[in-house]
Design a binder for this molecule. Sequence first.
Ligand code: 0YR
Ligand code: MG
Length: 371
Amino acid sequence: MKIKSIEPFIVHAPLNVDSISDSTNTITHWGIVGARIVTEDGLEGYGYTGTHAHLATDRLVARCISDSYAPLLIGEDAQDGDRLWRKLLSYPPVRWVGRAGITTIAAGAIDIALWDLRAKAAKVPLWKLLGGATVDRLEAYNTDIGWLSTPLARMIDSCKAAVEVDGFRRLKLKVGHSDPTIDIERVAAVRKAVGPGVTIAIDGNGKWDLPTCMRFCARAEPLDLFWFEEPMWFDDIRGHAELANSTSIPIALGEQLYSLHAFNAFMDAGAVHYVQPDVTRLAGITEYIQVAHAAHGRGLPVTAHVGDMGQVHVHLSFWHPATTMLEYIPWIKDCFEEPIRVRDGAYQRPEAPGAGTTLTRQAIAAHSRPL
Ligand code: 0YR
Ligand code: MG
């Protein structure tokens, strides 16, 4: 499994709507930026990170892959995943300028490609390589019905259709208006429309400050919210711990955290109840596993954030015993050889060898951007 070449790619997949917004981002495309690794014996591994399709920064990720990391790995044995992961993360000149950020997600893309290679070499899906599925039913919760930019009437229709037609039992709605009363009204309207049997989580994407969150939660408690995700600025451990102590609504976060150490700090402070690691934000699958085990050791559930739009996380979620549900956003599935599939509100288990990351030729031809 000697590594022969590592080439970066940038793919910008259009959304199935004009644009979406949460409280901090407005996007029209999802960026799939990563690495294709080829071995001497002709195996092809794909790994990527998820971006908001901004070509200038996507190119920084691609350059980090091709110019800083690839030379470290050419000629190495792709089976030595843990050793190679260490080699990337401890490379002094890269660590000096970026212990978190572009350098981390670039390493993550490579790490995912190495896992994809190993699963393909073993001719098994990633969840099997990791030790087998521990979950019979992996619940999918739908985020695509509740963007902040979705008008209320349409949001209610989409939520009802998701529940009544598609069989989802779990929804997530974006919040974060400058007037939180608007959010209370939107969430209350959805609760009324779908009834008490459907779980509703909310996601603030880091917008509000602590007093706003405390006031909001006091008013939102009667709505039976499953969790409040990223209520405040992503690094604010103390604020999240204080909010967690002041409300009965559980706190979820992790999609913006770059390392095991950051997760440990939030977990040890009692600042998070649902742990949301992401292979595309952490340094790949190798670090995700460390975070999932750390959460499990503390008795906390793991619910991955789908920066990969579920392609890799579906494998990790079927495998890891702390995970029983996974976010669902169907934006890029058709770019892959084996797209994620949800039926009756549950993920189908993938069966093709690999990590679910192999891009189709058509997706590359249609949506590639110049490096
Ligand atoms: C759009 N999921 C999220 C998207 C989504 C973000 O900005 O990236 O809303 O990934 O927070 O939980
Ligand atoms: Mg989120």
